[in-house]
Structures are given as C-alpha cells and as structure tokens.
Write a protein that binds this ligand. Sequence first.
Ligand SMILES: [Zn+2]
Length: 481
Amino acid sequence: MTSDFERAAEEFLQQIGREHYQNGAGLKENLDIIPIFDRYGWIFERSTVEEALKREDKEGRYIAAFVADGFLDADVKELSEKITNQMTQAKIEWQGEQVPYRRATLVLANEPDPGKRHDLEDRILTVTDSQNTDRVERMQHMHILAKDLGFTNYLVMFDQLKGIRLDWLLGEMKQLLDTTEAIYESELQHYLGEIGVAPDEATPADLVYLFRAPQFDGLFPQEKLVPSLKATFIGMGIDLDAQKNIHLDIESRPTKSPRAFCAPVQVPDEVYLVISPRGGQDDYKAILHESGHAEHLGSVSPDLPFAFKRLGDGSISESYAFLFDNLLKNRNWFIEILEQRHVDDYLRLARFHKLWIIRRYAAKLQYEQLLHTAEDIPSMRNKYAEILGKALKLNVSPANFLADIDDGLYSANYLRAWIFEVMLRKHMEDSFGVLWFRTKKAGDMLVGMWKQGQEFSVDELAHQINYEMLDTQPLMQELAR
Ligand SMILES: [Zn+2]
C-alpha cells in the first residue's frame, strides 16, 4: 500500500466527515456523499481491497477492514443517500402540525399521555417502515458483496476484520442477560408503575419518555451544561477553552440530528462535538459522552501512521466516551461538579437506564447474528421484535428491524467498550481514588492513552492496565447490584 493510498484515504475521510457534520448539524439539507465516493472510488475498488486483505501486519489489518467496509459502502451509496435524505425531509403530521421526522423523537420523549405517545410512535414507525424496502435492498447487496470478497458471510467478515471475537462476546452476553433478568424485570415494573403504563401495553416509547425524566430537570440546568463540562475536564488538568481544535456545536437548528455525535473531520486538528439540546439529563449525558470521543480524537499524536490515527478498534473511543457519561452515575461527581447531594432517585433511574441499554445491545447482537446469516432478510422482521421484546419485556415493533441496526457489527464495539469501561474506571479508582476525575494525574494518564490513537485494541489496552484480557465480570457485578 503506497502513501498515495493513505493521502487519498485521509482526504476521503475529511470530506465525508465534513459532509456528515454539516448535514447532521442541520447546516446543510442534503447529504452529498456520492460525489466524494466518485472522486476517491479507486480506494475501494476490488483490487485495492484484495491487496489489503493479503496484508498481515497490524496497520495492514486496519486498512483491510477500512477498505473492505468502504467497498460495501460504495456499492450501496445511492441507497444510503436516498434513505438519509428521506429521513431529513420526511414530516409527520402531529396535532395539526408537520413535525420533521428526526425531531419527532424529541416530541415523543416529552409526551406525558401514554395514549398520545403510542399514537405518535405508530406514526414514526409508519414512516420508518416506508423506507424498509430500500433498507432490505441495501442489506442484501452488502451480504452478497461480503461473500464475493471470499468471506463465509457478512458476520464472519466483520468479526474477523474487526477482531471482535464474536463467539466469546455472544456467550458473555447470554450470561449477562440471564444474570440481570430479575433485577431488570423488577425495576421495569417499578418504573412503568410510576409513569402509569400497564406492563402488557408498554412499548419502547414509554421508556424514551421515562428516561427523558423531566422530574430531574432541576438537577440539570441548561445554563450549567457547558460550564459543568468544562469544570469536569479542568479537574483533570484539561482546559477545553485552550483547545482550539475541538469545536462545541450546541446551537438548536430545526433539522439538526437529535442524536448527538462527534465528527472528527481532521484527527487531531478539527473535531466537532455536536448536540441538539433538549433539556435535562440527556443533554448532560450526550455532551459528556461525545466529549470522550472528542478529547480522544483531538489528543491523538499527529505523528502516528494513518491507520492508527484514523482506523482500528472502534471500541476504544467508545470506552472513553462511556467513562465520562458514566460520571452521571457517580454520586461524587454530583457533589463536586453540580453541588447536588439529593440524587438517590436519579441515580437509581440512571442505573436502570444503563441496564436497559446494555440488555438492548446484547439482544441486538443476538439478532444480528441471525440477520447477517439469513437467506431471506424480510422474514427477519418478526425475529427482531421477538428477540428485543424478550430481552426488554416490552412490545417491540418489527418496523425497526433494519433501521435499528448499525453497519459492520457496531453493536459489538459498544458492548466491548462497556466491558472495558468498567475495567478502566476501576483502574482509575484504584490508582487515583474515588475522586479520580478531580486529579491531574488521572488526566495525564488518559491523555497518555489518547495519544496512542487506535493503535491498540481494547483487549490490548486491558493488558496495559494490568488485566489478563477483557473481563465481563466487573460489568455484570455492577449491573446485577
Ligand atoms: Zn459514542
């Protein structure tokens, strides 16, 4: 692989990153990624992919994962763009108004009446379902291409290229679902009772509303959102105001994506942290989470090779993101940063939220194992509803059977990151005390890890902090408590 390749790949990532930033931030209506793929098409041609797949060194493995993934993306780019643009432009009729599809979830989260909430949820799902023919076609294409590249199937391709150790992870997640079932069920009953929803009528929309949790808004004032973020980092010796390469985008815009994201246009020189403030704990969680990505990617050593700056194990950056959003489950953080002491009820809900989301991803991974080996994709609709419904003990609509799935087994990245985050956090507490986030030494340790970019997988990072390997026990113990 020549440096021509690396230069072109870097330009490609910058242009795609900028396009996603501008569209997601609501600054640009259409997502124009096709011209970018056309310009850099040769990066993802079969011959480049085949050459990369022959490499066995670490940089080569990361490049192979990137080009193979891009080879699939390039083939479905028209469908991807069509689906994204439909989502940006779609409107939902709601109480005499036309609500943008992307914004409807925010309206849903704030609808206290269960009947109205379920009605709006149905309307959102109808729009989602109307895009599913395109999503099926897109997935079918990607499944065929994975086999064309010589892999048994799509699942095996990403497991191997990303070093996921899928069999191990699926085994651990089965155990996690079993271990946490009783506590999940009793907490769910408790909270459904609080919001007045009968368990046999409950849907994911009810939990979206529950986790919006307006009763705790007083703990999370809008005007303290950015100052508390800065205070958290300054406690570790990291001054956000001095970091000219990290841009905070918190302005509200009508077509801004409701899902917060970090857009690393140039690593480490131009990183955007984008959130769409809606009030309450979600904003705090999102800004802390995305700041973990932004600090990681904004601190990467500029001298690293392209593959270690830009590619590699996606679980690494997620681990840092989780380390910070998890501060919202830390009583000491509330005392130190928000000067709040009466947080018991909030912490209970925050723990339930984490349990819910990890069970959801564990179930998604089980479903993806079937989806990505299925001959007939449309027939997987009901499997999705069944597997997710069983894990979450809710009425789950089949309409999200593809919209809820991220490409390239990203759910496994999240799960591996949740496992590693607890290990890392315990290491920080053991080394620097429970107030680790108030010590410069902890900040120095993190910056040292961030500099390494994505050279080392979370399995290797576990080694760096004195573990044998990834260990799910700390996460399971924390969740089952
Ligand atoms: Zn993330």
